[in-house]
Design a protein around this ligand. Structure first.
Ligand SMILES: *[C@@H]1O[C@H](CO)[C@@H](O)[C@H](O)[C@H]1NC(C)=O
Ligand SMILES: *[C@@H]1O[C@H](CO)[C@@H](O)[C@H](O)[C@H]1NC(C)=O
Ligand SMILES: *[C@@H]1O[C@H](CO)[C@@H](O)[C@H](O)[C@H]1NC(C)=O
Length: 278
């Protein structure tokens, strides 16, 4: 099924004393998704270790130079630690080239322990060539209505502790409003208004998806996988809301357009820019 990559956190409340696992710390993943139909998610990327070539997180293309993902996927790492695979649903069919980030912009108020503002942008050192299987996704700004169906895609293992499947998996999940989501999590402050929550059928064992991976509604990006609890327990999962972080995203994309007018500008001394808070 789809893998989550979850921050390693011990819940302080008794009711939630369980550990959530980030992708890089575990191979525990859940069975249950289905192979994604070809061409269903041309915006999907696989974020990989530049040296290892291993898939670590999902993400989405939002511009020819920009990838969006979760901040816990990039935290503590330099841009040079990553490569981005686009244009394929098969990790072995690296038919298109890899792209390389030269800058990471994490939300400046990203609070890992509180699961807040878990969103980051990766700027690429060259423009992505778009084609039928490689396209940016539009950002969604519409308010979701309870019960809206979202498409979640990602690469995950097909058995507990198994290998990452080569083929992209997909899962339909249902939008859960903030109040309901927060109540389901015992009013935990770890659910906040910057999250879009979703719920999957208990029976499918399908709660885990790729961290940083895209959730799409009517073809537009609404959220990125942030965190969740083992799904069979019936708690909604929480994802970074694209509309909530609209200003953060737009500020960085538009400032880079201005920068880009001069191709000969000096390299930034640090490849780790801190984001504006919006
Ligand atoms: C592309 O995938 C093949 C396996 O199908 C692998 O051997 C090769 O190293 C990959 N290329 C890169 C650049 O990772
Ligand atoms: C982008 O970065 C990669 C990895 O550092 C490098 O191999 C490639 O030449 C760079 N491309 C451009 C256009 O600078
Ligand atoms: C959560 O908050 C709501 C509204 O403030 C309250 O009615 C409900 O009892 C609370 N639930 C828990 C489990 O604390």
């Amino acid at each position: 099924m789809l893998i989550f990559v979850l921050p390693l956190i011990l819940w302080s409340s008794c009711a939630f004393s369980q550990i959530l696992y980030p992708p890089q710390y575990t191979t525990n993943r859940i069975v249950g998704g289905e192979e994604a139909a070809e061409g269903i998610a041309p915006y999907q990327i696989s974020l990989q270790g530049a040296a290892s070539g291993l898939h670590s997180c999902g993400g989405a293309i939002i511009d020819e130079r920009w990838i969006i993902t979760a901040a816990h996927c990039t935290r503590g790492k330099e841009a040079s630690a990553f490569r981005v695979l686009t244009g394929t649903q098969d990790l072995d069919k690296n038919v298109t080239k890899y792209y390389y980030p030269d800058r990471i912009v994490e939300h400046c108020n990203y609070a890992p322990r509180r699961y807040m503002n878990d969103i980051a942008l990766l700027h690429l050192n060259e423009s992505i060539l778009f084609d039928d299987s490689t396209k940016p996704v539009e950002l969604d700004h519409e308010a979701l209505v309870p019960g809206s169906k979202l498409l979640l895609t990602g690469w995950g293992t097909l058995s507990l502790g198994g290998d990452v499947p080569k083929r992209l998996q997909s899962l339909e999940v249902t939008y859960v409003p903030y109040e309901q989501c927060r109540a389901a999590h015992d009013n935990s402050t770890r659910v906040d208004i910057g999250h879009v929550c979703t719920f999957n059928d208990k029976g499918r064992g399908a709660c885990h998806g790729d961290s940083g991976g895209p959730l799409v509604h009517n073809g537009k990006l609404v959220a990125l996988v942030n965190w969740g609890m083992p799904c069979a327990r019936g708690y909604p999962d929480a994802h970074a809301s694209i509309s909530y972080y609209h200003d953060f995203i737009r500020t960085h994309l538009s400032s880079s357009e201005t920068d880009g007018l001069d191709e000969n500008t000096e390299e930034m001394p640090s490849n780790r820019a801190k984001g504006h808070c919006n």
